[in-house]
Design a protein around this ligand. Sequence first.
Ligand code: A3P
Length: 320
Amino acid sequence: ERANMALTFDRYKDRLRMLPKEKGWITGNLYMYQGFWHQTMRIISVETLMALQDTFKAHPTDIYLVTLPKSGTTWLKALVFAIVNRKRYTNGSLSTHPLLISNPHNCLPFIETEIYANTPTYVDTHSPRLFATHIPYTSLPQSIIESGCRLIYLCRNPKDVLVSMFHFANKLRDKSGSLVTFEEAFESFSKGAMPVGPYWDHVKGYHKVSTEHPGKVLFLTYEGMKVDTLNHVKRLAKFLDYPFTEEEEVEGAMQEIIRLCSFENLSEVNKHGNLREGIPNAAFFRKGEVGDWTNHLTNEMSQRLDRITKEKFHGLDISF
Ligand code: A3P
């Protein structure tokens, strides 16, 4: 399988050599491709994206969860998986629910990693297929755009994304290599050089399509989900075409899903073990709070990011 992959990706080697580079947050380099910085991380690389653009086939019924890394991807995956599959695991008890024994990343795959799975996974046997991706809107495989399938975009305030990414990167870096200092992370983030950054361009791209096609693209924030999880679960279920019945509402089906997908539960389930890609399960759970940036950013840093955000968002008002 590895040999096949090497063959497949060989044809991108020349294109890769031409791309601008920056020091990576985790290992190796960030590569600038189609206006965004892509981090080589374990099995994922910019060649993965090129291969997806060349080969990925979307189905019109597919649903894609799109995020920048560290914006709440793991939580959103858990919620969507739990909502769509609730009839399969709720016959009396949730005791065999996959989210009680496995990482949400194993339940709902990234297309960036799915391209390595030669054998069809269970996602192929169900409709809708559920996938996640970090790919910027303008770089999505054409087939996703043309198929007219639905997207859910989750974003998070830039300062908490920076802080979360800083901790995540240092957890994943080679123990031998030097850690990224917060000042370095801040400088990189500010000039847009974070994995799948610039942050602002990623958010703007999806915000624009969500206003043009609100029935196709649902735009959510991590902060909104934290403040009113119940209503967000309800909205998600509706958008996914799996609305909760009145009976389910009375029985507390939504509350049950919220508990199952809570930071407390998921961080407990994922204390040990690794993902297939070698990332420790526990690395995806740190604090799960809004506003931890106040413990990391100086006033000056905070003001500088506010200025950049105001300038880059240019009137776009997202309430984090
Ligand atoms: P912090 O580092 O601020 O704690 P992603 O899933 O996109 O990689 O994002 C990871 C961030 O989401 C981390 O933020 C993590 O703690 C938080 N997170 C993970 N699971 C969560 C959950 N069930 N509820 C709320 N936040 C969660």
